[in-house]
Design a protein around this ligand. Structure first.
Ligand code: NAD
Length: 371
């Protein structure tokens, strides 16, 4: 039975609601399996700007570094939209990724059978979708310098720089191949090699890494084609590896395959310290504070934490099983309404999943697998 120290950074908007739900579920895991989870809270994003005058206070960073893993909600909102660049909530997110060296962002995209009709795509197209997007998270155009606005000879300009070092590409591509080895053994490397130098280097490095994984198939795909293929035939994918901005955009697109952005968890793995777990979605200001948000992406992120940071596989399965059970029983937050079922609040969904975790038995899990 273990002791685990978790830094919780709820952030803004529905980040507050969904992380509270994930913490409740982790507490249930602690009770059910006899672990002790300690939750310590920190500010990030707009909440941190309001409290401490900066989107990522030093004490938040210290708390994260001293923890075994970090659970994050979401940042941002209209209140801070007019702030200068260094005082924007998103700066806190980019800074924590860089500071904790969270280079590998894993975003599993799974379509639960009972949610196939929640997707705007045809159910037979999305049923059985199961792939992972591996997004490079600490390089590329979000971090490259120079970046900013200038006025030169009276002309206003803005510049962003897409820069990748070979070693940054190598480590993320290796992560994708390692992951594919335990799955369907196929890696799709997405780039824009017909136009971008950084993509040509990306492609070369992917070829080099592939030589060390002869059992895994590598294909290259241009990002515009990948955007189309995700909608045309999403079941062709197993592991998609791509740079920071392409991964950001493609994973939001891919969320529609699972029915809602509120279903997509993510893990951001660190090269050196604690890893961070957060839902893919943002702070959803349009529904913040209404007890309407889907907490499942945050809860599944907590399950990824259990598996990847703590090695607690049975515990992670218990949470995933509980989520599946709640959905199979017809519970739906409003975002999943198109798939039918009974509309419930954030809190009701959390309660149901919590109860299922407390009641979890390995037999229940086996019954699901063989059902
Ligand atoms: P968003 O993900 O917050 O919302 C997009 C749409 O999806 C909204 O209609 C929202 O209601 C819905 N949605 C998102 N998550 C949901 C959930 N769990 N349950 C039900 N519905 C959900 O993206 P946005 O509207 O483009 O951005 C809002 C703010 O969030 C902005 O300030 C943006 O910068 C920020 N943002 C933060 C992150 C992050 O913290 N990782 C990611 C994306 C956007």
């Amino acid at each position: 039975m273990g002791n685990y120290r978790i830094a919780v950074l709820p952030g803004d908007g529905i980040g507050q609601e969904v992380t509270a739900g994930a913490v409740e579920v982790l507490k249930a895991v602690g009770v059910r399996f006899g672990h002790e989870f300690t939750f310590e809270y920190g500010w990030i994003g707009g909440a941190a700007i309001d409290e401490a005058g900066t989107p990522l206070p030093e004490e938040t960073l210290r708390l994260c570094r001293e923890s075994d893993a970090v659970l994050l909600g979401a940042v941002g909102g209209p209140k801070w939209d007019g702030n200068p660049p260094h005082l924007r909530p998103e700066k806190g997110l980019l800074a924590i990724r860089k500071q904790l060296d969270l280079y590998a962002n894993l975003r599993p995209v799974v379509c639960y059978d009972c949610l196939a009709s929640a997707s705007p795509l045809k159910p037979d197209l999305v049923q059985g979708v199961d792939f992972v997007i591996v997004r490079e998270l600490t390089g590329g155009i979000y971090f490259g310098q120079p970046s900013g606005r200038v006025v030169e000879n009276g002309e206003e300009k803005a510049v962003d720089t897409l820069l990748y070092k070979k070693e940054e590409i190598e480590r993320i591509v290796r992560m994708a191949f390692t992951l594919a080895r335990g799955r369907k053994k196929k890696v799709t490397s997405v780039d824009k090699a017909n136009v971008l130098s950084s993509s040509r280097l990306w492609r070369e490095v992917a070829e080099e890494v592939a030589e060390q994984f002869p059992d895994v198939e590598l294909e290259h795909m241009l990002v515009d084609n990948a955007a189309m293929q995700l909608i045309r035939a999403p079941k062709q994918f197993d592991v998609i590896v791509t740079e920071n901005m392409f991964g950001d955009i493609l994973s939001d697109e891919a969320s529609m395959l699972s029915g809602s952005l509120g279903m997509l968890p993510s893990a951001s793995l660190s090269a050196s310290g604690p890893s961070l777990y957060e839902p893919v979605h943002g702070s959803a200001p349009d529904i913040a504070g209404m007890n309407k948000a889907n907490p499942i992406a945050a809860i599944l992120s907590a399950a990824m934490m259990l598996r990847l940071s703590f090695g607690l596989t049975a515990e992670a399965e218990a949470v995933e099983h509980a989520v599946r059970q709640a959905l199979d029983q017809g519970l739906r937050t409003a975002d999943l309404a198109p798939s039918g079922g009974r509309i419930v609040s954030t809190n009701e969904m959390v309660e149901e999943i919590k109860t299922a975790v407390l009641d979890y038995t390995a037999i229940a899990q086996i019954m699901t697998v063989y059902a």
